[in-house]
Design a protein. Sequence first.
Length: 140
Amino acid sequence: MKIAMMAAAAVLLAGPAMAQTAPGALQVEVPELPTATADPTCGGRAVLAQQAFCVSTTQAGIGALVDAYSEAFSRQGWQPGGGRENLVVYLKLKALNVCTGFQMLAFADDAREPAPAAPAYLAFAAIPGDLPCAAPAPAQ
């Protein structure tokens, strides 16, 4: 799937529990994984904490955690639809050329030196509204 355009704003995705379901029409479950710990502060980033559900891990473990979440999202019908170095946008087809989406952002504390045991974070946030996407309608 390919995004024609992506909304810049994100909305609150989750509450305090680890296994999360987003509000409204967007249904994504962020599973509880043994190498991730819920972080309601999003690594001390207050603005991000108001918009996203975050987990923490180590910098050495972030790659494997991203892979594990990507696999879990794929089983829920979400497909990677774009992004950049530290951001993946996931899409799920709703209708002909219309998708719903959310984003997973990986980041670390900019004030700390990179190190395998240093904290790293993933933030999950919904993309509000419908997104245009180049894909056929799902079989019914």
